[in-house]
Each structure stands twice: as structure tokens, then as C-alpha cells.
Design a protein around this ligand. Structure first.
Ligand SMILES: Cc1ncc(COP(=O)(O)O)c(C=O)c1O
Length: 374
């Protein structure tokens, strides 16, 4: 029996052909027709007017903060229940991070906690320069509520849609729901370029500046002239070719991942103490990762028992994100709430979720999971 991975790449013939033809054309640099084409196609897929293709989702988040003028000592509000890459760029900019808890109904940033944090910042006389919210595990956050609270305080928003391509919120695609959007094409994402990302916005001037900053901030001169500090953050034309092929099958990948989730609900929901990542009525989750919660008192085993039992059968699973306020590297950071995120970490597990899983694979995972009870 072969190993079942959490979220492996799922590649097709189209991206292979596009990659080889980019190679043969000698457009090997981080510029070329596939970078331009990928940007156009991503803008369409996310409903944003402009797009800069970058080397990672983290780079996109970092540039979004820079474009919003976040610098040393500035405040940025972000979610505690997320992957560290969401908030690491706040530290890159030497800004002050303030964390908010998750909403138990969606696991995304709780707009009520955001409101509390903004009111506190206001009373303290220093509002944040940006708010970051994540479309967690491929489900869009409650962007209308978040943007409404943010607008009341005049603070711009950044959507970490790293894992949410193909998801929707009130019929609108993830990635284009805030002032800036960041997506990721890391190897474990719903579509991948091996590594890569993109920054999205309706602000054409900002995206033009992002392109400049991502290519070492060269000024318009025949020699090397710099008036800004730049970064080496642009996406390779070869990887953009892979991304264009992957983007063609995004809808199929979402359907396959949603089918995985449905199979787990079907195969596990009769077990006592098992819960599932709730899907908000406001949108369609792409089910990047199929996540469950395990109440040990009712199920008879905890999430570590289950994770280890699956591993013993060569099945990879992962605890849900460990909250940022519990991470040693963010010790002492101010957090509004935190109990919801802590509970999800204690009890939550992400099951194998790849779009190439077979029915036999799913049955193997379900059988191994069920066996933990006996
Ligand atoms: C929620 C979240 N934000 C940001 C990132 C960072 O993306 P990348 O790996 O492309 O830098 C990831 C994935 O890695 C992620 O899951």
C-alpha cells in the first residue's frame, strides 16, 4: 500500500506542454509571455483588476504591507488562527502585531473581535495601518462585515487567500475581496507552480509599484539606478507556464476536493464526538483541506491518537494551525480572545485532501479513522 499524503501536487498534461514550450522559447527569466498571461488570467479568476505574479504568497503579503506604508512601530491586526506566513511579514516590517480570535461558525477572523481590537486601538490613540484576514482552509472570511468595520475606522484590508483560489463569497471569487489579495501556488495548494504567489488589487498604480519592488526596484534608466529598496520576488516565466495550465483545471480541482470532504462526512459523521469544518452560508469553500474536530471524551481517542493511528498506516494528517498567540516567536503579542483558536488546535485534524485521491484511498482513511474508536 502506498503512502497517502495530506495535499500532494496534482499535475496534468497541459502544464507539462506549456512548461516545455516556455523552456524551448528560452523565456527562462522572471519575465516573459507566461508571466503576463498568468497575471491576466489570475485577474479574471479572482475578479481583481490587476495582478503581479510573485515568487510566493508570503512575498505578496509582504508587498501588500509595504504598499500600505506599514513600517516600524505601526500596528497591524491579523488572525491568531492561521499559518505563520500570514503574519510573519508584519515582523519583517518591524510593525506591531495585534491578534484576534476566530469565529466558531466559520473558523475565520471574528468580525466582533476585530471591532473590539479596533476600538481598543482607537482609544489608545493609534489605529492600525492594515487589517489582514485569512480565507482559512479555502473558505472566504466574512468580508462584508470585516470591510464594514474596517471602513468605519478607515483602515485598509488585506485578504490572505493563499489557499482559497476557486472559493467564493456571495458569488464573488476569493482573492479579490479586499483592498489587496494574496494567493499562493506552493506545492501543497489547490493548484501549484511548485512555488509561487500573486498580489491582486483594483489599484493599478499599486500593482505597478509591486512589480517594480519585486524586481529589485530598478528605476527607469539605462544604468542601475535605485530610489527605493527592492526585493527579488518575481515569478519565473517557467513556473508561470505551469500555473497557466493548472488554472485551466481549477474548477475540477475544487470539485474533487469538495467530493473528498463529502466522502469524509458520509463515512465519519455517525461517530460520536466528530465535527466538521463548518461551511458558512455566505459562500462556497474550495475544501483545500478537509478538517475535522475530535472530542476525545465522546469519541474515545484524541486528535493525536488519531493522527498517530493514521500514520501507522502510512496516512498523513496534520493538527490544525497552532494559534499565533501560542507560538513562542509571538509570545507577548496582544490578542483579543483566543479560546476558539486554542480549542480548534487542541481538537482539530486535517485529513488527506488531495484532488487525486481515489475512492480506495478515501475508504482507507475512513477505515483507519473508524478503527481508532475500538
Ligand atoms: C494561510 C496561508 N498564508 C500564507 C501562505 C504562504 O504562501 P507561500 O508558501 O506561497 O509563501 C500559506 C501557505 O504556504 C498559507 O497557508
Amino acid at each position: 500500500m502506498s503512502r497517502i499524503y495530506l495535499s500532494p501536487p496534482h499535475m496534468g498534461a497541459a502544464e507539462r506542454d506549456l512548461l516545455l514550450s516556455a523552456y524551448d522559447s528560452n523565456w527562462i527569466a522572471p519575465l516573459g509571455p507566461n508571466v503576463d498571461g498568468f497575471e491576466r488570467e489570475l485577474a479574471v479568476a479572482t475578479g481583481a483588476s490587476h495582478c503581479a505574479a510573485l515568487s510566493s504568497g508570503t512575498a505578496a503579503l509582504h508587498l501588500a504591507l509595504i504598499l500600505l506604508g506599514v513600517g516600524p512601530g505601526d500596528r497591524v491586526i491579523g488572525p491568531t488562527f492561521t499559518f505563520a506566513a500570514t503574519v510573519n511579514p508584519v515582523a519583517y516590517q518591524r510593525a506591531e502585531l495585534i491578534l484576534c480570535d476566530a469565529d466558531p461558525g466559520s473558523w475565520n477572523l471574528d468580525p466582533a473581535r476585530l471591532e473590539e481590537a479596533l476600538a481598543w486601538c482607537d482609544a489608545d490613540g493609534r489605529l492600525p495601518k492594515a487589517i489582514i484576514a485569512v480565507d482559512l482552509y479555502g473558505q472566504a472570511a466574512d468580508w462584508d462585515s470585516i470591510r464594514e468595520v474596517a471602513a468605519r475606522y478607515g483602515v485598509p484590508t488585506i485578504e490572505d487567500a493563499a489557499a482559497a483560489l476557486g472559493a467564493t463569497y456571495k458569488g464573488r471569487p476569493a482573492g479579490g475581496l479586499a483592498d489587496f489579495g494574496a494567493v499562493s501556488f506552493n506545492g501543497n495548494k489547490i493548484i501549484t507552480t511548485s512555488g509561487g504567489g500573486a498580489l491582486l488589487s483594483d489599484r493599478g498604480d499599486a500593482i505597478a509599484l509591486a512589480r517594480k519592488l519585486s524586481t529589485q526596484a530598478r528605476d527607469d534608466a539605462p544604468h542601475y539606478e535605485h530610489t527605493l529598496i527592492g526585493y527579488n520576488y518575481r515569478l519565473s516565466n517557467l513556473l508561470a507556464a505551469v500555473g497557466r495550465g493548472q488554472l485551466q483545471v481549477l474548477a475540477d480541482r475544487v470539485a474533487a476536493r469538495r467530493a473528498n470532504f463529502a466522502a469524509y462526512v458520509d463515512g465519519l459523521s455517525d461517530l460520536p464526538g466528530i465535527g466538521f469544518h463548518p461551511e458558512a452560508s455566505t459562500g462556497v469553500c474550495n475544501r483545500w483541506l478537509s478538517c475535522v474536530t475530535i472530542d476525545p471524551a465522546r469519541f474515545g481517542a484524541d486528535r493525536e491518537d488519531v493522527r498517530k493511528a493514521l500514520l501507522a498506516q502510512d496516512i498523513e494528517s496534520r493538527p490544525l494551525w497552532k494559534p499565533m498567540h501560542q507560538q513562542p516567536v509571538f509570545a507577548g503579542v496582544r490578542v483579543f480572545g483566543g479560546e476558539v483558536a486554542a480549542g480548534l488546535f487542541d481538537h482539530g485534524l486535517a485529513l488527506p485532501s488531495g484532488s487525486s485521491l481515489t475512492r480506495d484511498d478515501l475508504d482507507r482513511v475512513i477505515a483507519a479513522f473508524r478503527a481508532c474508536r475500538s
